[in-house]
Write a protein that binds this ligand. Structure first.
Ligand code: AP5
Ligand code: MG
Length: 217
């Protein structure tokens, strides 16, 4: 099954995509995670992406499309994939459509997570991420049981560079200008399901799982 997660920064795309990826046994492809991994390895791609990420702007379309197409050609995507944070512009959505047509495939479902902006700012300023395993916590909603370390691996928790209020507000603005138009783009396909992201993570997941189950997964 080929799945897209759409939604503003902080809506819970990563949280939900990770769980669905484990349940369906298909890879989660997060463009943000790809750029952050490249940066931590000090590659040219990572350094290039950082300029845009730190400002809350989108990384240029051609670069993102190339990275995603390379990733989708890998073998583990043959049985399906979950895109988390891609596409994020009409250019990217059209490029993805063309790529999938050439591959003789297509998108099965677009899960659009809907959320109010002020709640998103609170969630994102409160997010903490494990430096070792990437697990997500939140000082407002889901603190680690140990206090300051990751429950899963004991790793150090840090705050993403783009999770400060100024950058978050720009990310939300950029979302409104460049990504939100994709809601119209995909609602026209009849494959989009909108989910209320303000509920608890487990409740959001139940709705998502129900929508995916109804397609026979
Ligand atoms: P990316 O890494 O994709 O960040 P984002 O879209 O801004 O979204 P987030 O990862 O911040 O939020 P999320 O929706 O995944 O929510 P999460 O589950 O983490 O992109 C970063 C940057 O990379 C972009 O700004 C851009 O520069 C670049 N980039 C990436 N993709 C690109 C592309 N395609 N084109 C161009 N540039 C690109 O949850 C957030 C927090 O809330 C966590 O703390 C979590 O624990 C908590 N939480 C989640 N769900 C709930 C809930 N239901 N209730 C309470 N708390 C919750
Ligand atoms: Mg994410």
């Amino acid at each position: 099954m080929n799945i897209i997660f759409l939604g503003p920064p902080g809506a819970g795309k990563g949280t939900q995509a990770e769980r669905l990826s484990k349940d369906l046994n298909v890879p989660q492809i997060s463009t943000g995670d790809i750029f952050r991994a490249a940066l931590s390895q000090g590659t040219e791609l990572g350094l290039e992406a950082k300029k845009y990420m730190d400002a809350g702007e989108l990384v240029p379309d051609e670069l993102v499309v190339r990275i995603v197409e390379e990733r989708l050609r890998e073998n583990d995507c043959k049985g399906g994939f979950i895109l988390d944070g891609f596409p994020r512009s009409t250019f990217q959505a059209e490029a993805l459509d063309r790529f999938l047509i050439e591959e003789g495939s297509g998108i099965d479902i677009v899960l659009n997570i809907d959320m109010d902006s002020e709640e998103l700012v609170k969630r994102l300023t409160g997010r903490r991420v494990c430096r070792e395993c990437g697990a997500n916590y939140n000082i407002h909603y889901s603190l680690p049981e140990t206090g300051g370390e990751c429950d899963q691996c004991g790793g150090e928790l840090y705050q993403r560079d783009d999770d400060n209020e100024k950058t978050i507000r720009n990310r939300l603005k950029v979302y409104g200008q460049q990504t939100e138009p994709l809601i119209d783009y995909y609602s026209g396909t009849g494959k989009m399901v909108t989910v209320d992201g303000s509920k608890k993570p487990g409740e959001v997941y139940d709705v998502i799982r129900g929508a995916v189950n109804s397609l026979g997964a």
